[in-house]
Design a protein around this ligand. Sequence first.
Ligand code: G6P
Length: 473
Amino acid sequence: PTRSPSIGIDRDLLVVSNRLPDFRHIEGDEGVERKKNVGGLVSALEPALRARGGMWLGWSGRTVPDTDTVESGVIDDRTAQLAWFDYKESWYRDYYSGFCNGTLWPLFHSFPSRVTLSDKGWDAYKEVHEVIAEVASGHIGSRAMIWVHDYHLLMLANVMRRRGHTGPMGHFLHIPFPSLDMFSMLPWAAQILDAMLDFDLLGFHTPAHVANFLSCASSLLPAKVADDVVSHRGRITHVAAMPIGILPDTFQEPPEPAIVEEIDGLMRALGESQLVLGVDRLDYTKGIPERLIAFGRLLEMFPEWRGKVSLVQVSVPSRADVPLYAEQRASIETIVGRINGEFGEAAWVPIRYLYRSYSKAQLSQLYRAARVGYVTPLRDGMNLVAKEYVAAQDPENPGVLLLSQFAGAAVEMRDAILTNPYHADGMARDLDRALRVDLPERKARHGKLLASVQRSNAVTWAEGFLDALSACR
Ligand code: G6P
């Protein structure tokens, strides 16, 4: 790894996101510890980055004491150049855990009672934007295209414009954009909106998120909204719904024998039971306690399922330093224990709870083995697990997707069984229905869902965004 900033005035495209694609941590001078899995966002952007000789800038995953100077550098990757910066410890606390995940995350997901508001968090949010803009300016010329991702960096275009950047800048929000009521809770609502309108293009997952943004912009700013175009301070911003997708074929790759053995072992342990599967980051937006409680209601309301169905819930550790996440974990463990204690028998465990992460290859096999994909977030920008579950199925014997009506994915995936995760009895009835769907109906639903997952995929999404951004100028 080189550790000196590079001046790449020829570079046409810079992608900026808080997380970098395929490594989360830089180990001192010893090199890079790479994550084995390449996420969907990377695969989506890979062709565009390669074609344009682009660069990706994000957090190294490392924090340094506040007294140190923040390091940044560049690593040549086979896909593109990866540029990184460190966090100061206070940024990890006040920006990442604080403003990003303690303020914006719950607010944008419509959990007002979980929102914390602090001036310190807001100051850190602004400070980090200044530093990232400075690092970014060192890597690209002022006319290059910049594509910024997610709620961590809503104000980057504003800071870049102040530094003289004239090239096209677009932003994609990977989480919901909340209603005016909700967004107005933020003391800095107008400042954030004003700064967002320095982007040329703002992309959201669904038309409802677009409508929320437009209603906030026209109510909280002296901005003019006409169709999907906002005029403000003599600038024009295009706003569009562009639902993100996956690379469906990558969920059909033949598994290695060790993985087949592992998943077969799990299925043997389940015996005659049908598998109902939940997979999420451990996050209160995912509705994991509600899902477990509804599974318990299924066993009460439809006792014929006892011994015949098992729920496997995979919860991937996430943001464990934020107190709400630790509380969520404890509450999940209590509910699992209660339901297993109440309904379990010597030969049958109702819920198997796995607090760990799985590789894409392992997940593909788990998805394929599951009769029901139980995807019931209380609120979600999109939810790619829903799409992955569909992509991984055996088309000759597919499972059924039970999907929350509050996931962005529900807009495109009308052939799932939609459910309201706040209503335990209703969700238990929907789960019962999902378990009873016969093979012809399963195939018919799956065929339509798969066609939509294939049509609107990760690559069409990335190309669509970059084309739309170019067309803004
Ligand atoms: C969501 C966000 C991403 C984020 C991911 C993991 O999907 O939209 O921006 O990277 O969660 O969360 P983390 O805090 O670990 O980056």
